[in-house]
Design a protein around this ligand. Structure first.
Ligand SMILES: O=C(O)C(=O)C[C@]1(C(=O)O)C=C[C@@H](O)C=C1
Length: 314
């Protein structure tokens, strides 16, 4: 069951457009936006910029796909620039059709979003071996370009083919059936969604280029019984070999073990960027954690230390 944020619902949300993208479908899966409430953006960076400037209340963007992995423009776009925090997420199963203008003969130039091209590489090699493959800003943008006569075929959601008046020439193009993309809503920092018991926290950490830096970082989570659900290393663009780590972990910053891990990361890393605690939407609850890292264990330990410092306990 999709989890809902507890803060005020944003009224205007920019999404990776144009109309007909998987991103739009995922946004609508969370509830029908009010009239004019969802605003198409030309790219992920454009959607994030609109949220940062206040032109919209939030941006809705793809973050990771079960077959192709992370969506780099989103991971990188959240790691740099004014802070944005994730407030909710959605999952959508993605499959693709080949959209063509009615009456099209040979498909010489076929386009889609790079993530979609990567997920249909095998199908294209088998069925359109001679076609030129062209990257597009999104799957729906590819459909729009085909409708405008600039390309012959779009690898896109069925909805986008219909939206741009294309004929569906082939279905089920995904090389790996059942692929799922995870989308996130990001907003300027404000009130956090309340903990639900099945939450996720996202942080990006910059650590000095030294032996064991990643191991040290992971140890802070492992030693507190915190499970990771995503780990990305991304170049900082300074020089070869310097990376930042973007991680999703189970739990909410309000949970003692997660808060304590973030304190440790703050001491350990050159920079820690908190990118939100929010309900997870995959319906999975947090893996059971040992008693030693329950909130009560942290409270007990703090009381004990306080007693030592006051000289009232031994
Ligand atoms: O182009 C779209 O329709 C998108 O929503 C983007 C996107 C992505 O970035 O991964 C979303 C899901 C699919 O994996 C392919 C493309």
């Amino acid at each position: 069951m999709p989890a809902q944020p507890t803060g005020p619902t944003p009224t205007r949300i920019a999404f990776l457009g144009p109309e007909g993208t998987f991103t739009e479908a995922a946004l609508h899966s969370l509830g029908t936006p009010s009239e004019g409430g969802s605003v198409p953006a030309a790219s992920v960076p454009a959607a994030l910029a609109m949220a940062r400037s206040g032109e919209v209340d939030a941006a809705f963007v793809p973050l990771e796909n079960s077959v192709e992995g992370s969506v780099s423009p989103t991971v990188d776009g959240l790691a740099a620039g004014a802070p944005l925090v994730i407030t909710r997420e959605a999952f959508l199963e993605v499959d693709f059709v080949l959209g063509v203008r009615p009456g099209t003969g040979a498909v010489r130039r076929v386009a889609s979003h790079p993530h979609a091209l990567a997920q249909t590489r095998g199908w294209v090699a088998a069925h359109l071996p001679d076609a030129e493959v062209v990257p597009a800003a999104s799957t729906a943008d590819a459909a729009r370009l085909v409708a405008a006569g600039e390309l012959d075929g779009a690898i896109c959601p069925e909805l986008a083919a219909h939206r741009y008046g294309l004929e569906v020439a082939a279905t089920r193009l995904a090389d790996t059936p059942g692929a799922v993309t995870r989308f996130v809503q990001v907003e300027r920092p404000g009130q956090l969604p309340a903990p639900t018991g099945a939450d996720r926290t996202t942080v990006t950490c910059l650590v000095a280029d030294r032996t064991g830096a990643l191991l040290d970082l992971l140890t802070e989570f492992a030693s507190r019984g915190i499970s990771l659900t995503r780990l990305d290393s991304r170049p900082t663009r300074e020089r070869l070999g310097v990376y930042s780590f973007s991680v999703d972990v189970e739990g909410h910053v309000a949970d003692a073990r997660v808060g304590d891990a973030l304190l440790a990361l703050h001491r350990l890393c050159d920079e820690v960027r908190f990118q939100g605690s929010y309900p997870r939407a995959d319906g999975r609850s947090t893996a059971p954690v040992p008693h030693r890292v329950h909130d009560a264990a942290f409270r007990d330990a703090a009381t004990w230390l306080d007693g030592l410092r006051r000289g009232t306990a031994g």
